[in-house]
Design a protein around this ligand. Structure first.
Ligand SMILES: Nc1ncnc2c1ncn2[C@@H]1O[C@H](COP(=O)(O)OP(=O)(O)O)[C@@H](O)[C@H]1O
Ligand SMILES: [Mg+2]
Length: 160
């Protein structure tokens, strides 16, 4: 487990890019955190770094959006807010093996989907102060599940 601070949306996107550099087909990333925590901002950073087709936006009105890539595994961006279990996630028929999958609101809904995934909790600190532009640091806690994500040393280095 590793915990660090992300100062602003640009750093959140940079964190996404850092994670993207490690992602390959079959990888699964679960993002937890309240509405407005920064899950989509992080996913946007991942999408930009992966040069996916189509803008990464909040997928709230579709459960999953696939962003193709030229000659590489697509990014599948899932909003699991209205899903109650791994069974329902499984029902979406996502090709997990051939895709990079990012699940917002994924906590507790990934059991049995794969044997390894990276989980990030994004928290707005209680009593934090937002600037006029709405910028406020976030506390990010990363947990690796399975062999693939057993070493997270690369994740917590200071962000640009
Ligand atoms: N440190 C920060 N990290 C990420 N987003 C931040 C930060 N500070 C302010 N924000 C703002 O918070 C909002 C996060 O929204 P979003 O990424 O859509 O959240 P979620 O997908 O978790 O609901 C954005 O408007 C973003 O500009
Ligand atoms: Mg979102």
């Amino acid at each position: 487990m590793t915990t660090f601070t992300v100062a602003d949306p640009e750093q959140m996107a940079a964190l996404g890019a850092r994670i993207a550099a490690r992602l390959e087909a079959g990888d699964l990333l679960a993002l937890n955190g309240e509405l407005g925590a920064g899950k989509t901002t992080l996913t946007r950073g991942i999408g930009e770094a992966l040069h996916v087709r189509g803008a990464v936006t909040s997928p709230t009105f579709v459960l999953a959006r696939t962003h193709p890539r030229e000659g590489a595994a697509p990014l599948v961006h899932v909003d699991a807010y209205r899903l109650s279990s791994a069974l329902e996630l499984d029902d979406l028929d996502i090709d997990f093996e051939a895709s990079i999958v990012v699940v917002e609101w994924g906590a507790g809904k990934l059991d049995g989907i794969t044997d390894s995934w990276l989980e990030l909790d994004i928290v707005r600190p209680v009593g934090g102060v937002e600037t006029e532009e709405g910028v406020e640091p976030r506390i990010v806690t990363a947990r690796g599940h399975g062999e693939r994500w057993s070493d997270l040393g690369w994740l917590g280095a200071p962000l640009p």
